[in-house]
Design a protein around this ligand. Structure first.
Ligand code: UD1
Length: 422
């Protein structure tokens, strides 16, 4: 199993190109199941999660061809061979559940394995199920699979989500594109990945209004056509690399970065004393003098501070001046990086969903264990700022969501290498 070795090396300088968003691509890919015509995605990120989604779509009979070194995914769901999403693939990635809405809408039935336990919390599917049931689906859990059917097809409905779930919003929006009549989804999630999904579905002929707001209205149509669509910039990869110069000092330009994707995050960087500037090609982040100031963070659905940047922000707060309180409100068990950061000398106290971090002058390199995707990159960021060598083990998590991380960081002057620890 690979490990990554990072050695603290002072200020960083240069440019990092930001890839297309993993989480957008993982909902855009299942959208192919809605149409018999080809759907082509450009600006796709090169990640193992994308390979898992490819495998899942292929297992359903879709054709998926990866081109231009993985940056173009050409898909066709002309013929589907099954509507059963097997546990062996689904268990690898929760986003596999995003085939449920499209399959149900097009084929009127689907059997999708429940994803099973996840390191960052229970992550149930009740919101997806209740919403699809409101649209006329009958769903029962048998042998670990959701057996869903909608005899005669899904019907438009007015439904309010109890919580603005990203995945439930995506499943409902996709399902509603082919339902009979109008669906009004209230308390919908407003994440940029959902806006991107709607833009793509609209190109395919879907009639949707209200993306980016809490109420999305979908007028069902008889069929959707093909389309070509560029995947939106990955705001989490963007935020992660914005933290590299913040934590190590220096100045880095993030190519393709957009402030509207990371507004709440930029406000916190500003309060911490980090400068963020828009350039012709993206965003430039600089930390020139002095220590970062401690800031408090509460994770919230978009446009609030993203839970997917909480671990990385904690790494920054570990060496900030003062005490910061990080409150995790989206997932119940998302501080597994805290004990690992403490192995590097961080002072952190966790009580339930709240972590209190008292900044120290300097972190010290140590062997640490990556526990999930965002936790692993937070340990790399911490390692960049630490004295000596940090060995991050179990980095397969990292490859799920960050393409060419060593190359991107090396290009801005970081000392980072991957070793095979077998
Ligand atoms: C998506 C993102 C993930 C991000 C999360 C929150 C993808 C592929 N993943 O995950 O990176 O961290 O949004 O921004 O886009 N919940 C329920 N019942 C449900 C569904 C969700 O209780 O039916 C709860 C979850 O347990 C969690 C919270 O709602 O506590 C947020 O989940 P949700 O917004 O659905 O996240 P995902 O779509 O799984």
């Amino acid at each position: 199993m690979d490990s990554i070795i990072v050695t603290g090396n002072g200020p960083l300088k240069g440019q990092i190109p930001i890839a297309g968003a993993k989480n957008a691509c993982l909902t855009l890919m299942p959208a192919t199941l809605l149409s018999e015509e080809p759907l082509t995605l450009t600006n796709a990120p090169r990640l193992s999660d994308i390979k898992t989604m490819t495998e899942l779509l292929q297992s359903l009979g879709a054709e998926v061809t990866s081109m231009q070194d993985g940056q173009v995914q050409a898909m066709s769901s002309h013929n589907l061979s099954t509507t059963r999403a097997e546990y062996d693939i689904v268990r690898k990635m929760r986003a596999s559940n995003l085939v449920l809405g499209p399959l149900l809408a097009r084929e009127h039935h689907a059997e999708v394995s429940l994803p099973g336990g996840c390191a960052i919390g229970a992550r149930p599917m009740d919101l997806h199920i209740t919403a699809l049931e409101a649209m006329g689906a009958e769903i029962e859990l048998k042998d670990g699979y959701l057996h869903a059917k909608a005899p005669g097809g899904l019907k438009g409905a007015v439904h309010e989500l109890r919580f603005a779930s990203v995945g439930a919003t995506e499943n409902v929006v996709m399902a509603a594109t082919l339902a009979k009549g109008t669906t009004v989804l209230k308390n919908a999630a407003r994440e940029p990945e959902i806006v991107d999904l709607v833009h793509c579905l609209r190109k395919m002929g879907a009639q949707i209004e209200g993306e980016g707001t809490s109420t999305i209205t979908i007028q069902g149509v008889d069929r959707l056509s093909g389309a070509t669509h560029p995947v939106v910039t990955d705001r989490i990869e963007l935020g992660t690399y914005m933290l590299a110069p913040a934590i190590c000092g220096g100045e880095v330009e993030l190519l393709g970065g957009r402030i509207d994707l990371v507004g709440a995050f930029c406000e916190k960087l500003d309060a911490a004393g980090i400068s963020v500037e828009e350039t012709d090609s993206g965003l430039k982040v600089a930390r020139k003098n002095g220590r970062v100031r401690a800031v408090d963070v509460v994770t919230e659905p978009f446009p609030g501070f993203p839970t997917d940047l909480q671990a990385q922000m904690m790494a920054l707060m570990c060496t900030a001046e003062g005490t910061s309180v990080l409150e995790e409100r989206i997932f119940e068990n998302r501080f597994m990086h805290a004990p690992e950061l403490m192995r590097m000398g961080a002072e952190i106290e966790v009580h339930g969903g709240t972590a209190t971090v008292t900044g120290v002058e300097k972190l010290k390199g140590a062997p640490v264990m990556a526990t999930d995707l965002r936790a692993s990159v937070s340990l790399i960021l911490a390692g960049l700022a630490a004295e000596g060598e940090t060995i991050v083990n179990r980095v397969y998590h990292l490859d799920r969501g960050y393409e060419r991380v060593e190359e991107k960081l090396r290009n801005i002057g970081a000392r980072i290498e991957r070793v095979n620890a077998e």
